[in-house]
Design a protein around this ligand. Structure first.
Ligand SMILES: C[S@@+](CC[C@H](N)C(=O)[O-])C[C@H]1O[C@@H](n2cnc3c(N)ncnc32)[C@H](O)[C@@H]1O
Length: 94
């Protein structure tokens, strides 16, 4: 996350009138919230970029309230992706 991304998100929240929204800078491996703070943790395309994925999942477990939920959107491959597929942008974009 860059400062420009934080500013853009904050600006978008103001434009949307979302006064209940707050943005905090942090890493998935060290979330800037207290233990048992969150009802829900969502992540889209972030955990697959974390070198230490177990640290990210430990943090999710730490910050979720008991019975809290997580929703993860990520790409997982279990076999080698052929070079031709890696180079075909249409396979990677919606
Ligand atoms: C594929 S983008 C997805 C962004 C957004 N979730 C979306 O759906 O548009 C991945 C984002 O993860 C961030 N990122 C990468 N590693 C991270 C980490 N360890 N902790 C937090 N964010 C990370 C990158 O800065 C980038 O903004």
């Amino acid at each position: 996350m860059t400062p420009a991304m934080l500013e853009k998100a904050a600006s978008g929240a103001v434009d949307a009138g979302a006064t209940h929204v707050e943005f905090r800078e942090g890493l998935a491996e060290k979330l800037p919230v207290d233990d048992s703070w969150a009802d829900v943790v969502i992540s889209n395309g972030v955990i697959n970029l974390c070198p230490d994925k177990m640290a990210a999942f430990r943090e999710i477990h730490r910050v979720l309230k008991p019975g809290g939920k997580m929703q993860i959107g990520d790409i997982i491959v279990q076999t080698e992706v052929p070079p031709a597929a890696k180079e075909d942008i249409d396979l990677w974009t919606g």
